[in-house]
Design a protein around this ligand. Structure first.
Ligand code: AMO
Length: 425
């Protein structure tokens, strides 16, 4: 079999003849000498040719040559090519040129040609970091006794109230794409006590914001036998700190490429009740918030306070009013709930809280919201058979990734984003 080197291994192969495989990143003709920039999964290297005909950008090639030092080449190395083999010829030049540095085309064009623009080192770095975040999520939770679950995405009823549903024709009946695994992850607490899921969820969001997708990756957690939402927040803080530390270490090259700063994790995540948060943004920053929730500007200001006063990139906002939370949220006597949000760098990345675990209360909560208990039959039944006090949360993976890496729009933290106007590629 062919002894193939990766570009990242070349520093150890100085003076040796190696065979590389990858894509033609770019080519340059200087008359008697021709340069081919080769890209593989591990990096980029300059290959130097004589009069050889070089294939179109993005063709797949195999290059054999000797590794030499070259202070002027990217990475300080180049390959003096002896042979070039075409593996797959690019049929035509790519619709947009993949740049070495920043893109100079508008973001919509990048998304239109996402199948090609994804090959740029920065686009790839963002998805790589996301993959590592998800891996760390699984590892940390598995080590704490959680079991991974896989719940249906075709469902009979929505769980999240506010958010709009995508309807599907299900053998002549009406079904929906799941907005969240909420009801199923609760049922699964009755099976495993501690569960998590990594899966896409669907929100028919027509609003064009930089933080909403129609399909996003939800990192869901649910655990039983808790005392209150305090246990849930403690778990999430532990989890996120471990994920962030792990990923900052493993993905140091990606962070450097993207100019991203790892968050400061030394301080505990501060907590404010929603009422305190409202008062804070009003009194400290003169911002008036209406509505049931914090608006994006209020979130930004609460995030700023957490950073300036508590040295934290994260802040929990707790005790949301009942009117602002779905029916499954644990209500307290004061009209509030044990439901919380977590903000990261001034943007909500999580909703979570303690849930109702008592059958009668659940029925009352549904009725109070004019929801038909019949639509939730399968879910409700399980509350007759011993559900422990439980709670959990969901992290939006694209928001987490984008905020961590300083990416301004969640669309660029998903390989093929879906939104109100995009179903291709
Ligand atoms: P919620 O609806 O707040 O809560 O969603 C949880 C988190 O998911 C992310 N998110 C989104 N990301 C991208 N595009 C969207 N349209 C979008 N909508 C939400 C956010 C948000 O904080 N079942 C509850 C969670 C729970 O209580 O366990 C739920 O789905 O980061």
């Amino acid at each position: 079999p062919l002894q193939r080197h990766l570009i990242s291994d070349l520093p150890e192969a100085l003076g040796q003849t190696v065979t590389l495989q990858g894509w033609v990143y770019s080519r340059r003709d200087l008359g008697g000498i021709r340069f081919l920039l080769l890209r593989d999964r591990s990096g980029v290297v300059q290959c130097v040719f004589g009069k050889t005909e070089l294939p179109l950008a993005e063709s797949c090639v195999r290059v054999t040559g000797r590794v030499a030092e070259s202070p002027k080449a990217p990475g300080g190395l180049e390959v003096h090519a002896e042979a070039l083999e075409l593996i797959t010829n690019a049929a035509e030049p790519p619709p947009i040129e993949i740049p070495k540095e920043a893109w100079h085309v508008n973001p919509d064009t990048l998304l239109e040609y996402r199948h090609v623009s994804l090959r740029s080192p920065k686009a790839r770095a963002a998805l790589k970091v996301q993959a590592e975040l998800v891996r760390a999520f699984r590892e940390v939770l598995s080590a704490e006794g959680f079991t991974e679950i896989f719940t249906p995405k075709l469902v009979a009823a929505g769980a999240e109230g506010g958010a709009a549903l995508f309807e599907v024709d299900y053998y002549g009946k009406r079904a929906y794409l799941a907005q969240s695994p909420q009801l199923y992850k609760q049922i699964m607490v009755g099976v495993f006590e501690r569960v998590f899921e990594v899966a896409p969820v669907y929100r028919a969001e027509l609003s064009h914001t930089s933080r909403h997708l129609s399909e996003y990756l939800s990192l869901d957690v649910e655990l039983g036998f808790i005392d209150s939402d305090e246990d849930v927040m403690a778990l999430e803080e532990r989890l996120l700190k471990a994920m962030m530390r792990d990923v900052a270490e493993r993905c140091a090259p990606e962070f450097a490429l993207l100019g991203a700063a790892a968050p400061d994790l030394s301080a505990p995540f501060p907590r404010l009740t929603l009422l305190e948060a409202r008062a804070l943004v009003r009194e400290r920053y003169g911002h008036q918030t209406g509505g049931k929730d914090l608006d994006p500007e209020a979130e930004r200001l609460v995030g700023r306070w957490a950073k300036e006063e508590r040295g934290s990139d994260f802040v929990f906002v707790t005790n949301y009013p009942q009117a602002a939370r779905p029916f499954y949220t644990y209500p307290t006597d004061d009209g509030l709930t044990r439901g919380f949000d977590l903000l990261f760098r001034g943007v909500e990345i999580t909703s979570g809280g303690q849930r109702v675990h008592e059958y009668g209360t659940l029925i009352a909560q549904l009725r109070a919201r004019n929801l038909d208990p019949e639509a939730f039959r399968g879910y409700l039944e399980v509350f007759k058979y011993g559900m422990p006090p439980h709670g959990g949360f969901a992290i939006g993976a694209e928001r987490l990734t984008a905020l961590l890496l300083g990416i301004a729009n969640v669309r660029f933290a998903r390989a093929f984003p879906r939104d109100g106007s995009r179903l291709h590629p």
